[in-house]
Design a protein around this ligand. Structure first.
Ligand SMILES: NC(=O)c1ccc[n+]([C@@H]2O[C@H](COP(=O)([O-])OP(=O)(O)OC[C@H]3O[C@@H](n4cnc5c(N)ncnc54)[C@H](OP(=O)(O)O)[C@@H]3O)[C@@H](O)[C@H]2O)c1
Length: 358
């Protein structure tokens, strides 16, 4: 018997800078609301695992022009959105693509149940409906959006070749760790510098393919970067922008390609980005190449095939590259778990377990 009411996190108030957790200006509020009913062309799903993505912060960004976004923003009053894995509980009369019990990947919500139109572009059967080859959470990380982003950014945007050198920022995160491992252990990078925010993460990166790992919070970070790059570097995969990118602009070769993947250093800061070394881009012909993972959907088969093979061969480690938080009895923790992304509280993919299969 399905419950008639459920818990859901509503997006309450646009944050100016940092997320607000309590009081009248709280960014999100927890509510008890009726379980929605699917119409003829929708399915009712129960989220099992939520993906935590820095991009969710940009979906609730103040004053962002809607027509410039790659997906619709979440508006004040709506339930907060999140990518994730869910189980299909019921389907509308005209739905033929999905049946009760299927596991799907899609754009979900911070809610115990939700309905999704069967033709939603983000919705698909997990692993194409075939039996899972890896733990379910891996389809949110290396075999999911993070893997597509890492591979597409490295191989298509950086055009990365065996024997080249690479700097990766945000290197111990979900996208970053795959870039480090794939560049070094599969493509055959000559030299990988990984940048992350703690000594523990730097040790972890040295174990998984980084020739050098630098803690950007160290007071001597800029000097250590200079010492680590006597011959300058061929390419960069940048997840952070801000002061880290600024320091790296000084250490790249002429015509170096930079995959501009994200800018997490400024997502909670309305002051935006400021690069004091901007003219390096002009003088050294640096190629800053922005992209969104959906640009690589034409190569998803190639990406998942190659990353899947690398995982099976032990060249890309996934077991050790996840931070899984179980909130099945603590639905109220969902925003705080997500916020760990901005505090450096994850190694690899940060996944929130929210429900059990029925
Ligand atoms: N273009 C695309 O299509 C696409 C797709 C997916 C992700 N992205 C972007 O890729 C980046 C990484 O995403 P992810 O999912 O892999 O997240 P993630 O790296 O697993 O988690 C975020 C990490 O960012 C670091 N961080 C937080 N605040 C920072 C700051 N002020 N300066 C430097 N580092 C900071 C933290 O690690 P430390 O402890 O090292 O600080 C944290 O663990 C994000 O910028 C995201 O928006 C882009």
């Amino acid at each position: 018997m399905q419950p008639t009411s459920m818990k859901a996190w509503r997006y309450n108030k646009t944050p100016l800078d940092d997320i607000v957790f309590d009081g009248p200006d709280a960014t999100f509020v927890l509510e008890s609301i009726p379980v929605p009913k699917p119409d003829d062309v929708s399915i009712l799903v129960k989220p099992l695992m939520l993906s935590n993505d820095p991009a969710q912060r940009t979906w609730i960004q103040k004053d962002r022009a809607k027509m410039r976004l790659y997906m619709p923003p979440v508006l004040e009053g709506e339930i907060m959105a999140a990518l994730g894995i869910a189980q299909v509980i019921a389907v509308g009369q005209k739905v033929s693509k999905y049946k009760a019990g299927d596991l799907v990947l899609g754009l979900l919500q911070w809610a115990e149940y939700l309905t999704i139109k069967d033709d939603d572009v983000w919705l698909s059967l997990i692993n194409g409906g075939n039996p899972l080859e890896f733990d379910m959470s891996v389809y949110l990380g290396a075999m999911g959006l993070s893997g597509i982003t890492a591979y597409g950014g490295l191989m298509r945007m950086c055009e990365f070749k065996p024997g080249q050198s690479l700097i990766v920022s945000g290197a111990a995160g979900s996208v970053g760790n795959i870039v480090v491992q794939y560049a070094k252990n599969v493509v055959g990078a000559s030299y990988v510098i990984a940048i992350a925010g703690s000594e523990e993460k730097c040790d972890w990166l040295r174990k998984h393919g980084a020739d050098v790992a630098l803690n950007y919070k160290s007071p001597t970070f800029e000097q250590e970067l200079i010492e680590a790059t006597p011959d300058y570097i061929d390419a960069m995969f940048d997840n952070c922008a801000g002061p880290i990118l600024d320091a790296c602009l000084l250490r790249l070769k002429y015509w170096a390609r930079i995959a501009v993947c994200g800018a997490i250093s400024s997502y909670n800061d309305s002051a935006g980005q400021h690069l004091k070394n901007y003219t390096e881009i002009v003088i050294n012909r640096l190629q800053l190449l922005g992209f969104i993972a959906t640009d690589f959907y034409d190569m998803v088969g190639e990406i998942q095939g190659n990353i899947g093979k690398a995982i099976k061969e032990g060249k890309v480690v996934v077991k050790d590259a996840e931070t899984i938080v179980d909130v099945r009895d603590k639905f109220e923790d969902i925003p705080k778990v997500w916020y760990r992304l901005f505090e450096g509280g994850n190694i690899g993919k940060l996944v929130t377990v929210v429900g059990d299969e029925e």
